[in-house]
Design a binder for this molecule. Structure first.
Ligand SMILES: *Cc1c(COP(=O)(O)O)cnc(C)c1O
Length: 426
């Protein structure tokens, strides 16, 4: 479900016409729909209503303070991967006691910061990390709650760069070594064993890998409950969204397909809830992309058209420094004109940015609406892993972000200035 649609031939986000939003704030511009985020949260929460569960939004997908604030208002917890993300959650009004801290490379400094704020759990990924955590907690006369991230060795069948649950990935502790690590944890004076965790990858479009992983870890979770009295099992994030209509099944229009995820929260819940309920543990979920992916677009202006022998290029004012998913993991984003009439004819073209890299494209050889210079286009599904991966490469100021809530459009991060680019240099 999302709130981007054409009305009177103009692309709208909720009640706002994106042409006028772009004219007012300039491009490139990220625009988010508050009600899409709320709807996604509520829909997943409702699908799991029969299960003792809590949602911990994965902050790295979109960490704008206003987006975090929206989720905090709905009662969401947060899955963080750095001290910086914890800082953001706190500034946004989120509750540190609902935060779990993931990642293979937590520093002593970050651990101390998280202990000071009494986060819910450290999801540890190695024995070395567990020992450091025990040491830091000891130095603070504190006790650190932990879960071990289990690598269930399941193929998530997603892009290799976003697959995390196979034995060859750097993530988690080998399934077979888990009991030994828990045994060790239980001997450490400043560690409290609180749960068990897994996260097998991102952008999963079928439920089968989740089922396989849950079935593999459930017996372990039951044993850990009996032996160490754990209270939760986090099944991670990873629910995918529709980026490319050609990959979605069915005959419906792209708009409807994108609105209806291939792996709906209802299917996810139908398959997983019966397998999890008998455990009698609290179930945590860590969705990132599902929550915000289709809640954002990147608006960009076409600067030039360039027709070569082999290719048609549309050069736009956004680049891989603003949205790196196509360059980094061959990510697909639909590209549509904000004024529908701009797309009356079709063309096969590459949409490229201004950056000095051949990888700086948003699509290649794609059949597109034939938009022209000065037209504004929307790069769709740019709510997750988009702004959060932006950089200043080529010394380009980062775009502004606007949050739309009904008829209200609010700048939630101003555009960087040239002075911002050099502000930290001495
Ligand atoms: C990135 C991440 C998530 C979120 O993944 P999505 O695919 O965005 O849902 C959840 N848990 C952990 C540990 C992660 O690293």
């Amino acid at each position: 479900m999302h709130h981007f649609h054409y009305r009177n031939g103009q692309l709208h986000c909720e009640e706002r016409n994106l042409q006028s939003v772009a004219e007012e704030h300039g491009t490139p511009l990220y625009v988010y729909s508050a009600n899409t985020v709320r709807d996604h949260y509520r829909r997943l929460d409702a699908a799991l209503a029969g299960l003792d569960h809590h949602i911990a939004y994965a902050v790295k997908a979109n960490s704008n303070l206003s987006v975090l604030g929206l989720l905090a208002d709905l009662g969401s917890g947060f899955d963080i991967v750095s001290g910086g993300e914890l800082f953001r959650v706190i500034k946004a009004g989120g509750d540190p006691k609902l935060c779990s801290f993931a990642g293979v490379g937590k520093t002593a400094h970050e651990i101390k910061f998280a202990l000071e704020h009494k986060i819910y759990c450290f999801n540890i990924e190695s024995v070395a990390e567990l020992d450091l955590l025990n040491e830091v907690a000891g130095s603070m006369r504190a006790v650190a709650p932990i879960a071990v991230r289990i690598n269930p060795n399941v193929d998530a069948k997603t892009h290799e760069y976003i697959s995390t649950g196979k034995a060859e990935n750097k993530f988690g502790v080998d399934y077979l070594a888990a009991e030994e690590v828990y045994q060790h944890a239980s001997t450490l004076p400043h560690i409290l064993v609180r749960g068990v965790q897994m996260h097998i990858g991102s952008q999963l479009t079928t439920v089968d890998p989740f089922v396989e992983a849950v079935e593999r870890v459930v017996p372990l979770a039951a044993e850990l409950k009996a032996r160490h009295n754990i209270e939760f099992f986090s099944i991670g994030g990873g629910i995918g969204i529709v980026y490319d209509p050609a990959l979605a099944s069915g005959q419906s229009e792209w708009w409807e397909q994108q609105a209806e995820p291939p792996l709906s929260p209802e299917i996810y819940a139908t398959e997983l809830v019966p397998r999890l309920t008998p455990l009698g543990l609290k179930i945590l979920l860590e969705p990132g992309r599902y929550m915000v992916g289709n809640a954002g677009v990147l608006l960009t202006t076409c600067l030039y058209e360039k027709k070569g022998h082999a290719k048609n290029f549309k050069v736009v004012d956004a680049g891989m420094s603003d949205l790196i998913r196509p360059a980094l993991y061959q990510g697909h984003h639909e590209i549509v004109p904000v004024r529908e009439s701009a797309g009356d004819s079709q063309i096969k073209a590459d949409v490229v940015g201004p950056i000095c890299e051949s990888g700086d494209f948003f699509c290649q050889d794609r059949d597109l609406a034939d938009f022209h210079a000065d037209h504004i286009v929307a790069i769709m599904s740019a709510g997750a892993y988009s702004f959060t991966m932006a950089s200043n490469y080529n010394s380009r100021p980062m775009p502004a972000e606007v949050l739309i809530d009904g008829a209200e459009a609010r700048v939630v991060r101003r555009r960087q200035t040239l002075d911002d680019l050099i502000a930290l240099e001495l």
